[in-house]
Design a protein around this ligand. Structure first.
Ligand code: HAM
Length: 430
């Protein structure tokens, strides 16, 4: 073992797992295309100010979870991105994407960094896929974003996920509610835990989604934002729910759902899995009409988006037995060279197979035939192709199905054709 260990809260993804990641990513790409979302890739770090302004200085992320540093002695502080939304909006504004009032539908897959206390399902480096619909906010836009997320889940075969949804109203409605909430909590100040006391001052809405049972009991009697919403906001929310109903997307309205980022308005949502422990949120998102202005835009860029945690998604898939059946990246053929003087011919044979788009492996270390067969099984090859003196002189090769032990002997051309047909049935990442 090396003296070096990976940093706490990070993990390595080895090939067996990469197959699973690639599968999820390809499902994401397929569905993003179905809805007209196109991929954006943005830098891993941004100026710290972007997140402070975008996510909100009173949030946990900005308050205590950012990895920030100063690359140049007198330069501006930069931060490893803790989420993608602020960066995507920054990129779109910087490129003037909205000058013609256009709508942009963008998706991403990438790594994020948060200085949280590592535990199951919570890392310091993790990955998300997500989508942002920029330039329009309407119940239809929100429904599109939620549908895309839920369709990815169902295509992956996930079951029993819970979509919780709420409306946070607009800025004015929320600030009236915020005052009412603060006033309501004051007499209970001594009952509040430390985190809630802190939130009462800075961000009282966050008390609503506290996981502390005592606070939850208290919250049950607190005022509800719903009662502070104007008719237009209520209708907007109803319309989102209508679209979800039309698309057979099940949801639970949860008046306590507020989310941990400050940029949301109107609809906010979160998806949880009972298969996960304390960190049960697989994904979440919502509408964020004011973010562009917060970042200094001179025009409104209403928007909605979501992000899903890849690690938590894969943990849930594993617990639901959805990973075992995924296509593997094992080679189709292992070339078994029966005598040392044929190694060069074996190399040539492997090359010919690959030229014909057939994945092939061959021993590179001069192993015995028995050891080569062991290796063929270890790498999970479907077939062993034998090269011995007879094969070499006759041009006919024996191909053994390693699962059934059936063996056929054919000319090289016939073998290539046979394997090409098998390959078509066994595409790498379906
Ligand atoms: P978020 O709720 O902070 O939202 O993160 C989305 C998902 O990322 C979570 O539900 C969770 O699955 C995963 N996640 C978050 N932190 C960690 C962690 N430390 N370790 C492992 N997984 C984690 C956002 O990031 C928003 N940008 C979503 C959004 C997009 N809103 C609008 N557009």
């Amino acid at each position: 073992m090396s003296q070096f260990q990976s940093v706490k809260g990070t993990r390595d993804i080895f090939p067996e797992e990469s197959v699973q990641w690639n599968h999820v990513e390809s499902v994401v790409r397929t569905h993003a295309a179905l809805y007209g979302f196109r991929e954006i890739r943005i830098p891993v770090f941004e100026y710290t100010e972007l997140f402070r302004r975008g996510i909100g200085s009173t949030t946990d992320i900005v308050g205590k979870e950012m990895f920030s540093f100063q690359p140049d002695p007198k330069g501006r502080s930069v931060t490893l991105r803790p989420e993608m939304t602020a960066g995507v909006m920054r990129a779109a504004l910087q490129k003037n994407l909205f000058s013609s009032g256009m709508v942009h539908k963008l998706f991403y897959i990438g790594e994020l960094f948060r200085k949280e206390r590592p535990q199951a399902g919570r890392q310091r480096q993790f990955s998300q896929f997500g989508a942002e619909l920029l330039g329009v906010s309407s119940p239809a836009a929100v429904a599109e974003v939620i549908s895309l997320m839920m369709q990815v889940f169902s295509s992956l075969g996930l079951k029993g996920l819970r979509l919780r949804i709420n409306t946070l109203g607009d800025g004015e409605e929320r600030s009236r509610f915020r005052e009412a909430l603060q006033a309501w909590f004051v007499p209970f100040y001594d009952t509040l835990d430390e985190a809630s006391k802190e939130r009462l001052e800075k961000n009282p809405l966050r008390i609503l989604d506290s996981k502390n049972p005592t606070i939850q009991e208290l919250v049950a009697g607190a005022p509800r934002l719903y009662d502070y919403l104007k008719e237009t906001s209520l209708q907007d929310f109803e319309k989102v729910l209508f679209y979800l109903g039309e698309r057979d997307i099940a949801y639970d309205i949860d008046h306590r759902l507020v989310r941990g980022l400050d940029y949301y308005c109107h609809t906010a949502f979160e998806v949880t899995s009972s298969e996960l422990g304390a960190q049960d949120a697989i994904g979440g998102g919502g509408r964020y009409d004011a973010l562009a202005r917060e970042l200094g835009s001179s025009m409104d860029v209403p928007a909605t988006g979501f992000a899903v945690g890849m690690e938590r998604l894969l943990i849930t898939m594993e617990r639901q037995g959805l990973l075992a059946a995924l296509p593997s990246d094992a080679p189709l053929v292992y070339v078994v060279v029966q005598q040392p003087d044929l190694v060069d011919n074996g190399m040539q044979l492997a090359w010919q197979l690959r030229q014909a788009d057939i994945s092939a492996e061959i021993d590179l270390a001069g192993k015995s035939m028995k050891a080569q067969m062991r290796e063929a099984n270890r790498v999970n090859a479907s077939y062993a192709l034998f090269l011995g003196a007879t094969e070499y002189s006759t041009g006919c090769y024996s191909l053994k199905n390693l699962a059934t032990s059936e063996q056929i002997t054919l000319t090289l051309d016939a073998i290539l054709q046979f394997l090409q047909e098998r390959r078509a049935q066994k595409s790498l990442y379906s």
